[in-house]
Design a protein around this ligand. Structure first.
Ligand SMILES: O=C(O)[C@H](O)[C@@H](O)[C@H](O)[C@H](O)COP(=O)(O)O
Length: 223
């Protein structure tokens, strides 16, 4: 793991957007298509704003979420709506957004229909992960009903997940699918998340799911 500390959040967001754009451009030099897998939640918005202004062959880029809350796009908790508003817009409007939600009642019912497009985007080129102070990442939450499967080598690409720490049912890429990424960036801000990350380094992925990703990751942190 490489830990990169920034003086402030603005610097972090600008630098990481720049790194992601550079990695996508390099991938597109060697391949017809490149994939970018990103977290939802409250932290990455400013990175999306910057990326959506970057000149890149976005029509050759597949964008997908790490995970989605099973809520309609009209909900303010919809990560898909966040991506449409702040990432797949402007210069990046032509990117291919791979859906992680469909209009059925439960993630279990939606899973199989969503799976082929996600699998077609693997292996991932660029992965950005967020983390909660409970050390979850994507929707791999400590105590989640399918965590053990989600972390195992036998995991399917997508799983439904329900957890005490998650207010609604979720759909998530498995650790195996996420770990296909050529490059992994973990985006965290604030002292509580830094302390949580330090705790996670001494725990197993079942106790601290983010631990499954630390070995090959660059962690980007600002106060
Ligand atoms: O949909 C989600 O909730 C995310 O993908 C999740 O894994 C997120 O990255 C963390 O919960 C951190 O969220 P914040 O950035 O809001 O703290």
């Amino acid at each position: 793991m490489k830990f990169i500390e920034y003086t402030d959040r603005d610097a972090l967001m600008l630098d990481l957007a720049d790194i992601i754009a550079g990695e996508l451009a390099t991938a597109l030099e060697h391949s017809d298509r490149a994939s970018l897998c990103v977290p939802g939640g409250t932290t990455p918005g400013p990175i999306f704003d910057t990326l959506s202004g970057v000149n890149l062959a976005w029509d050759r880029v597949d964008v997908l979420l790490n995970d989605e809350r099973w809520v309609p796009e009209s909900s303010e908790r919809s990560n898909t709506a966040l991506l449409k508003r702040r990432l797949v817009t402007g210069a990046a409007a032509g990117a291919n957004l791979i859906p992680l939600h469909t209009d059925v009642a439960t993630p279990e019912e939606g899973l199989n229909g969503l799976m082929p497009a996600v699998e077609a985007a693997l292996p991932l080129n660029v992965l950005v992960l967020g983390m909660g102070t409970d050390m979850h990442t994507a929707s791999l939450f400590p105590g989640a009903d399918q965590l053990e499967l989600g972390l195992s080598d036998a995991a399917p690409t997508l799983l439904a997940m329900r957890a005490p720490g998650a207010p609604e049912p979720r759909i998530t890429l498995s650790a195996k699918a996420l770990k296909s990424a050529v490059s992994t960036h973990i985006l965290i801000t604030g002292p509580d998340k830094r302390a949580a990350l330090e705790r996670a380094q001494k725990l197993t992925p079942l106790e601290a799911p983010i631990a499954a990703f630390l070995q090959d990751a660059q962690v980007h942190w600002a106060p």
